[in-house]
Design a protein around this ligand. Sequence first.
Ligand SMILES: Nc1ncnc2c1ncn2[C@@H]1O[C@H](COP(=O)(O)OP(=O)(O)OP(=O)(O)O)[C@@H](O)[C@H]1O
Ligand SMILES: [Mg+2]
Length: 473
Amino acid sequence: MASFETLQLSPEILKSIQEMGFESTTAIQAQAIPIALTGQDLIGQAQTGTGKTVAFSIPVVEAIDPRDQKLEALILTPTRELCIQVAEEIARVGAVKGVKVLAVYGGQDIQRQIRALRNKPNVIVSTPGRLMDHMNRKTVRLQDIKMVVLDEADEMLDMGFVEDIETILSACPAERQTLLFSATMKMGVQRIAKKFMRDFTVITVKQSEVTVPTIEQVYYEVSENHKLDALTRLLDIQNPELAIVFGRTKRRVDELTNALKTRGYLADGLHGDLSQRQRDSVMAKFREGELEVLVATDVAARGIDISGVTHVYNFDIPQDIDSYVHRIGRTGRAGKSGIAATFVTAREVPHLHQIERITKRKIQRLPLPTLAEAKLSKQRIAMEQLLDACQQDSLNGFKGLAEELLEQQDSLLLVSAAIKLLIKGTNEIPIKLTAEQPIRIKKPAYQSGNRRPNKPNGGYSQQHTRRGRTSHR
Ligand SMILES: Nc1ncnc2c1ncn2[C@@H]1O[C@H](COP(=O)(O)OP(=O)(O)OP(=O)(O)O)[C@@H](O)[C@H]1O
Ligand SMILES: [Mg+2]
């Protein structure tokens, strides 16, 4: 870890970094920034939550000159939420320098975007589909681009954006600099790199270090029918500051969101079928802490950085190992600790062991808490809230009322009633969710009689299909 002063940054950027409150660089920042500042192309792989955004934002902001009033840098991200977040981070890094940043993503009014693009931003952060749209309409021109960054490069290729990305990269000047970042890298990334990057440097982490050590990884074996009860019990006992619950499909997310609301939690859902307005409002509420549980598909698995997320629950185990790594990485960010709990049905246990083998990290099996334990925990939380409230000085206005109550009722009875009212949720309400299909687990080739050579990862089944843009997210 070095200080940002040793990186020979321009004074404006150093000042912005100070204002952001960062004291020293993270490992990826210390390694990547000096290389990127020489103008070299770079692939940067580093764990979730280790500051890759700043690692590319600094070289981006250094590369542009706001006085040119030209579009000089382009950042691509796989999702709209990430697009907005990255644009905000670049705006912070570029604040003192006066850099104009614009987020351009699908679902937003295109005419408004066209007007904003005429306003000559220096940097745009975009999702590939919407950028292609603007390229076709000739409302964005890439001829002055000096720097392109692909954030979550592997995911964009996985989502079926390969051709779009190739088109976009081909439309940028050949002498531009290209940076590529993610916590995970697949073979496809190398192919893009070979085709579109020059003399690039690769910074990687070892497979055994892909997941962050400050995330405590646990799993619970639970049948489909018991998942909801298991989740609400865990929420009651663990009492997360903010939690993200990942479900496999949009329907799952909708049903689970409703179920959690019915049981008294401040929950809302996020997936690709919601309107942009709904997506923005859910994310804003979650960031502000007005929601305690965000239920989401993998649309929220990548890059999303919300500092209060203490718990991630995989309500459904993800098919894809990279998805597991990114999902759990929504907690334990910037050196903080976090808990990642995965629900596994009996049939899915081998898949969980596969994840352990590939990430080279043990996921501890824990017994599910009982209903009685959950109840007790809720009571304790209510009690603590009551004790906390006693410390507040704003109670004077209630004392007259309290005296009146004490004349009518026994004090023990009154306090018991207050605790009862404070206990959140009505977890006994029975709710049935539509069962999800268990994930596909490929048997090793020699067992299934399949003559194809066994995969090096032991038959672990990745999603090879093009997920396309009408995906299950
Ligand atoms: N040098 C630093 N010191 C302290 N905090 C930092 C520093 N750099 C970045 N951070 C903070 O760390 C958090 C995680 O950063 P970021 O979102 O860039 O992670 P990431 O590596 O892109 O993760 P992911 O793989 O999940 O996208 C952010 O809240 C960011 O503000
Ligand atoms: Mg990131």
